[in-house]
Ligand binder design. Structure first.
Ligand code: CP
Ligand code: NVA
Length: 312
């Protein structure tokens, strides 16, 4: 069987702007009328492969499959033979058992290898370069809260990383204005061709000046300055200290919100490191939609699963 025609969701650019809009609108509809899809994936199975920890991605995909009438298998890759065998071979075998795969692998190159070998759609559940399922949810949440995405100003503050890469692409696809307000970029998340694509759009800009960047922002978004697997890693302690010093002026707090001149939404993919990239007061103010955003992972991913399996 040829695997060339299989639709994957490895990154936002695997779908067109129209397709992204369609999935987002369906996600909102599914959230309102979940019962209408309660048997849509009866008999279907999702394999969930994790090399990294997760709360939201794991629970929302697994519950999503249950609510669609299907089934999900959770596997930590260290308890499979993926680490000691050829990844493509193992991916191909898994794809012969299941209807769709979601994988959180540390390396984007491994996710690409898995997708190339798989005979069923592969969803990226986060790698060091992208987090497309998160960005899908983020644009759904913005549309749900503000009624539209076009011409809104979405400002990402903190460190440029996997989350900001996918968010930027989804925002530009959704006709929003995206501003990256960062003092530096996580080198692991660098993808020159992704950046080149964004830089072609008049909707994408970078501005490290906080006051200028956040003025008139409809949304301020932030993420951890240190990726999950390094936060408590002793070998990363020195770099962690350096980053805290560099990024502290970029903390999302009341002073930053006061600079927008608007009733700005605060978003975060979670988990948050309170007192670092966001302070506790702002995380729990009414402007913060982080918990609705986290819930929406469930609804957005149900729409994504249905779309990839041609059930919408
Ligand atoms: N936002 C997100 O992907 O959360 P988890 O790491 O808990 O899955
Ligand atoms: N940037 C973070 C996001 C976690 C959801 C990480 O990669 O660990």
């Amino acid at each position: 069987m040829t695997t060339d025609s299989i639709r994957h969701f490895r990154r936002i650019r695997d779908v067109s702007p129209d397709e992204l809009r369609f999935i987002i609108n369906k996600a909102i509809e599914i959230k309102q009328r979940p019962d209408a899809w309660s048997t849509a994936l009866t008999g279907k199975t999702l394999a969930m492969l994790f090399q990294k920890t997760s709360t939201r991605t794991r629970f929302s995909f697994e519950v999503g499959m249950t609510q669609l009438g299907g089934h999900a298998i959770f596997a930590e890759t260290r308890l499979t033979n993926i680490g000691i065998a050829d990844l493509a071979d193992e991916g191909l075998v898994i794809s012969r058992y299941v209807d769709v795969i979601m994988a959180r692998l540390k390396q984007s190159t491994d996710l690409m290898t898995l997708a190339s070998a798989s005979e069923v759609p592969v969803i990226n559940g986060l790698d060091e370069k992208y987090h497309p399922a998160q960005a899908l949810t983020d644009l759904m949440t913005i549309k749900e809260k503000l009624g539209r995405t076009a011409d809104l100003k979405i400002v990402y503050v903190g460190i440029a990383n996997n989350v900001s890469n996918s968010l930027a692409m989804a925002a530009v696809y959704s006709d929003a204005q995206f501003v990256l307000c960062v003092p530096e970029k996580d080198p692991d998340s660098d993808v020159p061709e992704h950046l080149a694509f964004l830089q072609e759009s008049s909707r994408y800009s970078e501005n490290p000046d906080i006051a200028e960047a956040v003025k008139d922002a409809d949304v301020i978004y932030t993420d951890t300055w240190i990726n999950l697997e390094y936060f408590t890693d002793p070998s990363f302690a020195e770099e962690k200290e350096r980053r805290i010093n560099t990024f502290t002026p970029y903390q999302v707090n009341e002073e930053m919100l006061a600079l927008t001149g608007k009733d700005t939404l605060v978003m975060h993919c979670l988990p948050a490191h309170k007192g670092y990239e966001v302070n506790e007061t702002v995380l729990y103010t009414p402007n913060s939609v982080v918990f609705d955003q986290a819930e929406n992972r469930l609804h957005a991913q149900k729409a994504l699963l249905l779309w990839l399996l041609n059930k919408l």
